[in-house]
Every structure is written in structure tokens, then in C-alpha cells.
Design a protein around this ligand. Structure first.
Ligand code: TPP
Ligand code: SF4
Length: 350
């Protein structure tokens, strides 16, 4: 780890359609341990946003507490950011999103943050289908507080100190599908090729998009016996399929064998070109996705890729029929229609 970052950038660095080079999407220098999976995910987020020509000021980054929750400081320094309380990111995201639907809401959370103290918030933000990306950097432990087992640690996995975890793991991806999630992807921090299109698709999804990304903690949970170590994950990953995210203006260039290709249309005209590898699995069928995940679990495999998507997802704004105009752009007479309107409303509720 070095605390000095060169400000020199090659003058011929490629620019995206907005005229920005990739460093415009970076954040401050990471203070995470060298080799931490979280940093690889941060690099993938930077790359995905640069490739998608996102204006950084149109993004709101939200997090709780943990090494993972420090991550938003390390990407998109020109975006809005709110580092909230341990496990409480979803309620902050809900408030912000309902007030201003014009931003891309990008939540980053840890498995401790999400699956223990934040579980109550997580389940409700899933079922409300809030339009946001929730990326869980899942290392099976509480990295920031020195490596205690988290609720996603597999039963039988061994900590660095040698103790064996006795309890069943909470599988966030399966749980999200059970709760009605409309986009569920699973990936590995070491697989940037898979992660970047997944991130792009998640950011274009109209509703709650969970990305459960296995992200090894090199300092506290990368030992033999851990099921969240680099070696274990590399040996047990089972990829459901490869995918390209296709922006509206581009043609589909990849060619695949007939029979295994599925084109998924997103609400904004973008699409996902999916090349399925896993048989007996349809990512638009909730039961099929759950079955594929259960089968993988029985074989001790970690299923990655886009696991489930509801192309016709209706987000919380759609369900509540809220105004298209963000609150900060509404004139005062609409925001505060006066005591007569309030009296009428009260009367209608009697
Ligand atoms: C309300 C509250 N309870 C407990 C803590 C202590 N604490 C800080 S981070 C953390 C767990 C971090 O683990 P995780 O969310 O998995 O993130 P990681 O550090 O592994 O990325 C805990 C228990 C806290 N900061 N606030
Ligand atoms: S303690 Fe673990 S999770 Fe935290 S920065 Fe270090 S390697 Fe990453």
C-alpha cells in the first residue's frame, strides 16, 4: 500500500463520449489492505461508470459502516455521497430516492452490515423495489472489526484463528429472490469481465438490483478452511452464463451458438445479451433461478452471473405513483399547497 498517488496521467488516455478520461471517475486513495477484494470491485465500478458515460454528479453513493462501506470514498469522487450508520443505508437510500428520483442510487454494503444489524432494513428495501443498486461486498466476516464470522459465513468454514463456524449461512441472493427482488446478480471480485456488464445492467434496471459479490478479506478470512478465500472461490465458481450489456445506440456485436442466447430488454431500451451456460435455468423465471441456486449449493458451488431479472419491474415510485419532478425542483405552491388543501385532505380521511 502506498499513500502517494501520482497525479500524472498520460495525455493520450482515451476519453468517453462525455470527454472524460477514466481518472475523472476515480475516488481518493484507498486505505484498504493491499489485495482486499473490495478494491477490485471499486475499480470495476470506476470502469463501468466511465464506459457508460455516466455524469458522476448524477450518482448518489450510499453506505453503512465497514471496510466495504468505506469504499464509496474510493470511486466517483465527483458524485454525491452519504456514509450512514451500520446497517442503515437502505432507509437513507429510500428517503433520498423518494425526494429525488433523478439520480442513480448506488449503495455499497458489507455482509455484516446487510445480513446482521441491517437485515431488517435490507428485507424491506428489497420488497419495496426501491430503484437502486445494492452491492454487497461479501467476505464472510466483519473485516473492519478484525474478522469475526458474519451471518454469511458457511457452516463448517474455519476462521483464521482455527474455530469452526457452527451456523447455517444466510444466502443473500436466494433470500432476495424469495422476497420479490427484481434483479439479482452474483459475482466474484476477481472476475472483472463478469462484474462490469453486471454493474451496467444493475444501474439500468428499474427497481432494486442486488449484486452479491464475493470479495475475499486477505487479512482475516483468506485462510485454508475458509469458503470465502481467493483459492476456494476460484475452485468453486460456476458461471451461469456470459453477458454483454447493450446500450441503446450500439449494435449487438458478439455472436453466440444458437439455442443458448437470450436477449433481455430493459425499461429504458437498453438490453442484456445473455449467453447461458447453465442448463435448466431461465433468468426470467423466479422458480428456475431458485432451483439453480439450490442445485449449486448442494454441489458446493458458487453460482455467478445474472441469476434473476424481472424485465417488467415497477419500482417504488411507479407503485406509489409519485411525482416525476424531484422535490427540490418543485415550486413552493405545489410543495406547500396551503391550509385549505390540508383541511380537505383531513376531511377526506375522516
Ligand atoms: C451500531 C454499530 N454496531 C457495531 C459497530 C461495529 N462495527 C463496525 S464495522 C462492523 C462490521 C463490518 O463488517 P461488514 O459489514 O461485513 O464489512 P467489512 O468490514 O467486512 O467490509 C461492526 C460490527 C458499529 N460501527 N456500529
Ligand atoms: S480487513 Fe479485510 S475487508 Fe478490511 S480492508 Fe483489510 S482485507 Fe479488506
Amino acid at each position: 500500500m502506498t499513500y502517494v498517488r501520482s497525479t500524472f496521467r498520460h495525455p493520450a488516455l482515451p476519453k468517453n463520449e462525455l470527454g472524460y478520461t477514466v481518472d475523472y471517475y476515480e475516488g481518493s486513495l484507498s486505505t484498504l489492505c493491499a489485495g482486499c477484494g473490495h478494491d477490485s470491485i471499486n475499480a470495476a465500478i470506476v470502469e463501468a461508470c466511465w464506459q457508460m458515460n455516466i455524469e458522476p454528479h448524477k450518482v448518489a453513493k450510499l453506505s453503512g459502516i465497514g471496510c466495504s462501506s468505506k469504499s464509496p470514498a474510493y470511486f466517483l469522487s465527483n458524485s454525491h455521497g452519504f456514509n450512514s450508520v451500520h446497517g442503515r443505508m437502505p432507509s437513507v437510500a429510500t428517503g433520498a430516492n423518494l425526494a429525488n428520483r433523478d439520480l442513480i442510487y448506488f449503495g455499497v454494503s458489507g455482509d455484516g452490515d446487510t445480513a446482521s444489524i441491517g437485515m431488517g432494513q435490507f428485507v424491506h428495501v428489497v420488497r419495496r423495489n426501491l430503484n437502486m443498486v445494492d452491492l454487497v461486498m461479501n467476505n464472510g466476516c466483519y473485516g473492519l472489526t478484525k474478522g469475526q464470522d458474519s451471518a454469511t459465513a458457511d457452516a463448517g468454514s474455519k476462521s483464521k484463528a482455527g474455530s469452526v463456524n457452527l451456523f447455517e449461512a444466510i444466502d443473500l441472493a436466494s433470500l432476495a429472490i424469495e422476497l420479490g427482488a427484481t434483479f439479482v446478480g452474483q459475482s466474484f471480485s476477481g472476475d472483472k469481465e463478469q462484474l462490469i456488464p453486471l454493474l451496467k445492467a444493475a444501474m439500468h434496471h428499474n427497481g432494486f438490483a442486488l449484486l452479491n459479490v464475493i470479495s475475499p478479506c486477505v487479512t482475516f478470512n483468506n485462510n485454508a478452511g475458509s469458503t470465502k478465500s481467493y483459492d476456494y472461490v476460484r475452485e468453486h465458481v460456476e458461471v451461469t452464463g456470459t453477458m454483454d450489456f447493450v446500450p441503446i445506440s450500439r449494435e449487438i456485436l458478439a455472436s453466440y451458438e444458437a439455442g443458448n442466447v437470450k436477449d433481455l430488454l430493459m425499461h429504458d431500451g437498453t438490453s442484456i445479451h445473455l449467453h447461458k451456460l447453465a442448463k435448466d435455468w431461465d433468468p426470467t423465471d423466479r422458480f428456475s433461478a431458485i432451483n439453480a441456486m439450490q442445485r449449486a449449493k448442494l454441489k458446493g458451488e458458487i453460482l455467478t452471473g445474472l441469476l434473476y431479472i424481472d424485465e417488467n419491474s415497477n419500482d417504488l415510485h411507479g407503485m406509489l405513483k409519485t411525482s416525476d419532478t424531484p422535490l427540490n425542483a418543485m415550486p413552493k405552491n405545489i410543495l406547500c399547497p396551503g391550509s385549505d388543501a390540508l383541511a380537505k385532505l383531513n376531511q377526506s380521511l375522516r
